[in-house]
Design a protein around this ligand. Structure first.
Ligand SMILES: NC(=O)c1ccc[n+]([C@@H]2O[C@H](COP(=O)([O-])OP(=O)(O)OC[C@H]3O[C@@H](n4cnc5c(N)ncnc54)[C@H](OP(=O)(O)O)[C@@H]3O)[C@@H](O)[C@H]2O)c1
Length: 271
């Protein structure tokens, strides 16, 4: 019995020693969700979170080492920068560490833009994050990139420890992925806002549109977008289009209706 216990202890110590260490740089949406996901993963542990100010660090577990001093950033296997896109380049320059694997989490910033002081990489989760909304990382595609095979291998391991969908993509391809993500996520959500405003003008609840929104999103699991398209522009129903444009004659949303309608007409009816 004692023999088995001591073997288990040795295995546990070996496992803890072989775990790869991560320092998170930033304490916003992505850093918060990554921290939780890595905490529940096998083989990797977050050993520290850095942020430029103390307040945002308060939301991280008290057991975790936190710092707002660049000079106190610990030695680690991977450093993950999760700061806004326009701050990534200057922030990576400001790091005092050298020859380490430093990755960012952005869809649109090129890997090469990171400082030459360190080995570069990307660990981009293809999802939209808000601090208070839970996400299931196992479903999130993780787009990875690195300058050499061994770093790519390590990022692949990290990706696989939190997600079932890890893919190596170049900065050029990731830019296009991010562009598509902006269209299917941010643009579509903005159109919900347009629908919401038009409903509110008539004192109608946006809730009435929710079954339609959910059904349309659901259909994408079984149909290609082109097959799922419906509506007056797809049918080339000019009368309805004219009527709806008339309803929008004094609305700020007239142009957006016209532009998207034209685009659909062109795609399906050779206009
Ligand atoms: N949010 C998403 O849905 C999402 C999805 C995929 C990828 N990403 C990418 O992940 C990265 C982080 O996004 P996020 O949504 O987590 O951002 P966020 O919630 O706005 O958090 C940004 C973090 O960076 C810090 N920060 C801001 N400006 C800084 C600067 N000039 N120097 C150093 N630190 C600075 C902030 O510190 P303070 O607390 O002091 O302000 C905060 O901790 C971005 O590259 C983004 O493109 C985001």
């Amino acid at each position: 019995m004692f023999h088995l216990f001591s073997k288990l202890l040795t295995f546990k110590n070996y496992y803890l020693r072989s775990m790869k260490s991560i320092v998170l740089l930033g304490a916003g949406n992505v850093a918060t969700h990554l921290c939780k996901a890595i905490y529940n993963s096998l083989g990797f542990k977050v050993i520290q979170v850095y942020n430029r100010n103390e307040n945002s660090l308060a939301f991280f577990p008290s057991a975790l080492d936190k710092t707002y001093s660049l000079a106190k950033i610990k030695e680690a296997d991977i450093y993950i920068i999760a700061v806004p896109d326009d701050a990534i380049v200057s922030f990576s320059e400001s790091l005092l560490i050298k020859n380490k694997l430093v990755v960012h989490t952005s869809g649109s910033v090129a890997m090469e833009a990171l400082s030459d002081k360190n080995r570069k990489g990307v660990f981009y989760p293809l999802q939209s994050f808000s601090k208070n909304s839970e996400v299931d990382f196992s479903e999130i595609p993780m787009c990875i990139e690195a300058q050499n095979e061994s770093d790519l291998g390590l990022l692949n391991q990290l990706g696989n420890s939190i997600s079932n969908n890890v893919l190596a993509v170049s900065s050029e391809k990731r830019e296009k992925i991010h562009l598509s993500a902006v269209i299917v996520n941010n643009f579509v959500n903005y159109l919900y806002q347009v629908g919401n405003d038009l409903m509110q003008e008539q004192s109608l609840s946006f809730d009435l549109l929710k079954p339609l929104i959910l059904e349309t999103a659901n259909k994408i699991n079984t149909l290609a977008p082109a097959e799922a398209q419906t509506g007056p522009a797809k049918r080339n129903d000019k009368k309805t289009i004219e009527k709806q444009l008339h309803l929008l004659k004094d609305s700020p949303y007239k142009d957006i209706y016209q532009d998207i309608t034209n685009s659909i007409l062109k795609k399906y009816n050779n206009h």
